[in-house]
Design a protein around this ligand. Structure first.
Ligand code: ATP
Ligand code: MG
Length: 660
């Protein structure tokens, strides 16, 4: 069996395909129907998976493995380079902690259907809090730790939580972040009064409690009332009951409150771990992301635990204390699969350009590296593939989809893995009927028949119904859900990304539809141009955006970051790239313009290349092209609230103003 055959099976008979996958889940009541294709459009997209099934996600993540005799298996390994601490927890230990937390939350008054904001860093208690909510049927909404008050307040207002669970602080290499101060300001701004505010106190950070606030540990101890342990029966949940609510990254504007259901999510993630990632029982999975993002929900917490794997929870940065930290973790814990973002690998490559920190022959367990978040330039892929001698596999998906839409699947043992092609996201994953739409007609471009040919660049979309695990609605905004995602192209889910399909059916994601450049009648993908620039040996990363041009409509302009020349070279405070001289800049600028002209055509050549120390990014590591575009066009813009470091914009504004 290979990916194409599996995809065909799922397309021909989705009921049989996902019905079989659902057998891997422990149901309280087995679903008698797999897919209801005529569900109420006022509360669903018009279909519903496993409509009469009942289960509890937490019981599938924890109790089940203990019951099946795997209580001694490590469920979670916590490694914090910033707090200099490590901890291992078996499934049996996790079950005890989740029971205690769920008991405490229930005694404090939390009920099925209540919303809970979790505002915590990458610590085991965050996972315990998520699972305890799931056990009680409360809907958690994890907000990325360290979000500034205004952002946190917006999410509190939209989510209207009954409880807030937080940690007292987050930790960065050189400082602590006082979460309590941020949170108190945010609650005041939100205008809401959550019933309970419960804080986990780390061994460092602020220690004060104000009226109406309580300590997580103290409450647990109080409710145990001297007993060694308590158990809480997992709440029976309808398959379509909400498990969590999670806001999108907000790269393109206001974050959207994506809702995920218990049943379809559990079926999809267990299937995905096995088929897309090729994970086997007992394997160690290391998703170097954050629980505040969907990657953390699906692939730090739920996917690995539903599958009885060991998940690594990493609190730290990919280049701290040095760019070898990922490899150290892989070696120490026998990691089989690393899942990370291209921005992290580019940072590692920038700090360790020769790959000297990659240990040779010391990571025998590592089978694959998977990537997500943005397009990865082939240069970065080849850099690691050559040195590690394992495949790097792109995965394309969204918060909304909950699981992977296109990838080169690793497949279960004994089946044929798909060979990845650098720069190409991959074949559609079974269940996802991906098409490239002609925006003017709303119809799919036919798949080319000649090998090597591709469709024109179009709007990526998926024929409905979407497979299990995709979002059934937006939190308290079903009308917005239908209008934003299903209206423009009837019969399709609009991914709002632009891409092409090749004769084999492989998808390449080129840009967000908003980021395509229209120059003199040509539709240019910023992704393709960035790939060419990133291929230059002096360039660490880059972003291409379109700026207004009277003659051509739009012309591309490039922002590029030099690779670190030597680790000891003097750098400006706060910068991570070595300063290049003006002479270097001019030479590389000319070289880049030549390269684009040669590899893409003269029409694609950018009018200017700015060399900057850093690109503006969201906290989840995505380049803020829309902001770059506004600066270059001299438009008024708002600093994106999800920006990682707004100082980066100062350098860019200065350079652009000086050039104009
Ligand atoms: P918002 O929707 O709030 O603007 P966002 O789209 O960045 O934010 P996410 O759901 O975290 O929020 O990101 C999904 C998007 O990330 C995709 O639509 C796509 O643009 C991009 N993306 C994710 N993975 C890949 C990939 N492998 N290749 C190219 N682009 C990717
Ligand atoms: Mg999006």
């Amino acid at each position: 069996m290979d990916q194409k055959q599996l995809h065909q099976q799922a397309a021909q008979d989705p009921e049989a395909f996902w019905g079989a996958a659902a057998k891997d889940i422990r149901w309280i009541r087995e679903p008698t129907q797999v897919l209801d294709r005529a569900a109420d459009q006022h509360t669903s997209p018009g279909w519903r998976w496993f409509p009469d099934g009942q289960l509890n996600t937490c019981a599938n993540c924890v109790d089940r493995h203990v019951d099946e005799g795997h209580g001694d298996r490590t469920a979670l390994i916590w490694d914090s380079t910033v707090a200099q601490a490590q901890r291992r927890m078996t499934y049996a230990q996790l079950l005890v902690e989740v029971n205690h937390a769920a008991h405490m939350l229930r005694e404090e008054g939390l009920r099925k259907g209540d919303a809970v904001i979790i505002y915590m860093p990458m610590i085991p208690e965050a996972v315990v809090a998520m699972l305890a909510c799931a056990r009680l049927g409360a809907v958690h909404s994890v907000v990325f730790g360290g979000f500034a008050p205004a952002e946190l307040a917006k999410r509190i207002t939209d989510c209207a939580p009954t409880f807030i669970i937080a940690a007292n602080c987050g930790r960065e290499p050189k400082r602590e972040i006082n979460y309590l101060a941020l949170l108190r300001t945010a609650i005041a701004q939100s205008g809401l009064t959550p019933k309970k505010k419960i804080y986990y106190f780390r061994p460092f950070g602020p220690t004060d409690l104000q009226p109406g606030e309580a300590s997580w540990d103290e409450l647990i101890q109080n409710h145990l009332a001297g007993r060694a342990s308590v158990t809480v029966a997992p709440e029976p949940m309808a398959a379509s009951d909400p498990l969590y609510l999670l806001y999108t990254s907000g790269s393109t504007g206001v974050p959207k409150g994506v809702v995920r259901e218990h049943g379809p999510n559990a079926v999809q993630l267990r299937w995905t771990m096995q088929h897309v990632f090729g994970m086997r029982p007992g394997d160690v999975f290391f998703a170097a992301s954050d629980i505040g993002w969907v990657v953390g929900h699906s692939f730090i917490v739920y996917g690995p635990l539903l599958s009885g794997l060991t998940t690594v929870l990493f609190e730290g940065k990919p280049t701290y204390p040095n760019a070898g930290v990922f490899w150290r973790i892989v070696r120490d814990y026998g990691v089989h699969t690393l899942y990370t973002a291209p921005t992290a690998l580019r940072a590692v490559k920038r700090e360790d350009p020769e790959g000297e920190l990659i240990p040779q022959n010391a990571m025998p367990t590592l089978r694959n590296i998977f990537l997500v978040g943005e397009r990865t330039d082939p240069d970065t892929i080849l850099h690691f593939q050559d040195r590690l001698q394992i495949p790097l596999r792109d995965t394309f998906w969204q918060t909304e989809t909950g699981s992977i839409v296109a990838s080169s699947m690793a497949m279960p043992a004994g089946q044929t893995a798909t060979t990845p092609i650098p720069g190409v996201a991959g074949l559609p994953v079974p269940g996802w009927d991906v098409v490239v739409l002609d925006e003017t007609t709303g119809q799919p471009y036919p798949r080319p028949t000649t090998p090597g040919a591709t469709t024109p660049v179009g709007n990526l979309a998926v024929r409905t119904p979407l497979p299990p695990g995709a979002f059934p609605t937006l939190w308290r905004n079903h009308a917005g859900y239908m209008a934003s995602y299903f209206k423009k192209f009837p019969g399709f889910y609009d991914l709002s990304d632009a891409g092409i399909m090749d004769a084999d059916g492989r998808i390449s994601v080129l840009a967000r539809t908003d980021d395509l450049i229209n120059t003199a009648g040509h539709r240019l993908s910023t992704g393709g141009m960035e790939e060419i620039v990133a291929g230059h040996p002096a360039i660490a990363e880059c972003a291409v955006v379109g700026i207004r041009d009277e003659l051509k409509g739009e012309v591309p302009i490039c922002f590029a970051v030099f690779k670190r020349v030597t680790p000891t070279a003097p750098t400006a405070p706060g910068s991570t790239a070595a300063a290049a001289t003006d002479g270097d800049e001019e030479a590389v600028r000319v070289a880049l313009q030549k390269k684009v002209r040669a590899e893409m055509g003269a029409f694609a050549c950018f009018t200017h290349v700015y060399f900057v120390h850093n690109l503006p990014k969201t906290r989840s590591g995505k380049v803020l092209r829309r902001t770059l575009r506004a600066i270059c066009n001299g438009q008024a813009y708002q600093i994106p609230p999800t920006i990682e470091d707004d100082h980066v914009l100062v350098e860019i504004e200065t350079l652009v103003r000086r050039h104009n």
